[in-house]
Design a protein around this ligand. Structure first.
Ligand code: UT7
Length: 317
């Protein structure tokens, strides 16, 4: 499998730390030093579907394909307005594709999980061109009065088109069933006198536990995929890590003993956009001509579950 196109789309509303300081007991200083985030984009007038459509169309254009060329759509998404049908079904119609589509929820690790599934379809000859799209709106899961969580997240969508090739050198994905550190629970109580559930509970997170799990799992996943692909950290041009906290990125960087410039980040502009964070960063690097044919890249992510994943690939565009 290889990546042949990228695209992303972000909501127009930027919410700065200063804006949050007006409604919460927080400050730009606290958020910046503890997380690296300066602002995040929040869906207000735009919809998640519209973002997903734009990101997908941009990825198709970048790949030089049309929607009818797609054989499969894999959409990583945690929440959207519809429980069913899936976001990928809605997207399939909106972009004019004719292929099957599925959603998957591996939380912030969704991009790596989606790529892993896409690779299986391509390897077995079941598909030639696949749209992998990550579309996320964590802003709808957090309690905007809860400063521990709401300052961290932002909305966004990004896509890649993958096709036949041998650019992916090694994958490693894991699940450890650990709910407590990070979860979002839907209210599904049975009550025959009420017509529908009256809202979900907000996202619950133990930041310190997630932080520790994030660093240890990312380090071990990266080691694993470097070994699998018979490469060393020195061979890697860029490590694209899930954009959750700049301190997590720096801790992983220290373990790999690699220079800071190998760890690009955009968390300062977008916050944590869940599974969309790595493909948004990838699209930015691609559009800024920072990727050259033959560059080796590592993707590494972690998320609720606890799920983790990493892969090594060669840039071939
Ligand atoms: O995709 C996965 C998503 N989640 C993550 O990646 C989260 C990983 N964890 C983290 O990023 C960090 O643990 C946080 C940024 C969430 C928190 O940083 P921390 O250094 O672990 O801070 P803390 O939770 O120990 O809080 C320190 C203090 C507390 O006050 P006290 O108890 O020391 O008086 C918090 O109440 O900072 C307080 N605090 C805040 N203060 C101002 C927590 N949030 C805020 C805030 N503004 N937004």
């Amino acid at each position: 499998m290889k990546i042949i196109g990228t695209g992303s789309a972000m909501p127009s509303l930027a919410v700065t730390n200063e804006m949050l300081s007006e409604i919460l007991d927080t400050s730009d200083e606290w958020i910046t030093t503890r997380t690296g985030i300066k602002q995040r984009r929040i869906l207000s007038e735009d919809t998640l579907t519209a973002l997903a459509v734009s990101a997908s169309q941009r990825a198709l254009e970048s790949a030089g394909l049309i929607a009818q060329d797609l054989d499969y759509i894999v959409c990583s998404n945690v929440v959207n307005n519809f429980v069913t049908p899936s976001l990928s079904c809605i997207l399939q119609g909106e972009i004019g594709a004719g292929c099957p589509s599925i959603d998957l929820n591996a939380a912030c690790t969704g991009f790596i999980y989606a790529l892993d599934i896409a690779e299986s379809f391509i390897k077995t000859g079941r598909a030639e061109n696949i749209l992998v799209i990550c579309a996320e709106q964590p802003s709808r899961m957090v309690n905007w009065k809860e400063r521990n969580t709401c300052v961290l997240f932002g909305d966004g969508a990004a896509a890649v088109i993958v096709s036949k090739g041998d650019a992916f050198k090694g994958f490693h994905i894991t699940t450890q069933s650990k709910i407590e550190p990070l979860y979002y629970q839907r209210k599904l109580e049975f009550n025959p006198y009420v017509s529908q559930a009256d809202g979900d509970a907000p996202l619950i997170m133990n930041g310190k536990d997630v932080f520790k799990l994030a660093v240890s799992s990312s380090v071990s996943d990266i080691r694993n995929v470097l070994e699998k692909s018979k490469t060393t950290a020195d061979d890697i041009k860029y490590f694209l890590l899930h954009q959750a906290n700049i301190r997590i990125i720096e801790s992983v960087r220290d373990f790999t003993k690699q220079p800071d410039e190998k760890f690009p980040h955009n968390i300062e502009k977008y916050g944590n956009t869940s599974s969309a964070s790595i493909p948004i960063l990838l699209d930015e690097l691609h559009k800024a001509n920072k990727l050259e044919k033959g560059d080796l890249l590592v993707f590494s992510a972690f998320g609720a579950g606890f799920t983790t994943g990493a892969c090594v690939l060669e840039w071939t565009i």
